[in-house]
Design a protein. Structure first.
Length: 98
């Protein structure tokens, strides 16, 4: 025969700032290409949340100033350049096949 269930009265207070994950404020160093890429990915996730390829982890090549993102269909790619020789950022859409 199993022992009866016992009721324990427990109170634990969850902080009002708890959202299920730690909230970390990141200070980006915009002189480093890797941190500029990370900042752009964070902003793309905020402003284009329905593009699922933005949410995937991206490898950061320290020698390349571009982030490649799939457009969700075969042959559609986006390239976000973090900084060109003039210090500007650009977005390129590349369609190779339909």
């Amino acid at each position: 025969m199993c022992p009866p269930l016992e009721l324990f009265d427990v109170y634990s207070q969850v902080p009002s700032t708890h959202t299920g994950r730690a909230i970390a404020v990141t200070d980006y160093n915009f002189e480093r290409v890797e941190e500029v890429k990370q900042y752009i990915l964070v902003k793309l996730r905020d402003h284009v949340p329905y593009l699922t390829n933005v949410w995937k982890a991206k490898k950061h090549n320290s020698y390349d100033c571009q982030i490649s993102i799939g457009g969700g269909r075969s042959g559609v790619n986006f390239r976000v350049s973090t900084r060109n020789k003039y210090g500007l950022t650009s977005i390129q859409e590349k369609v190779t096949e339909l």
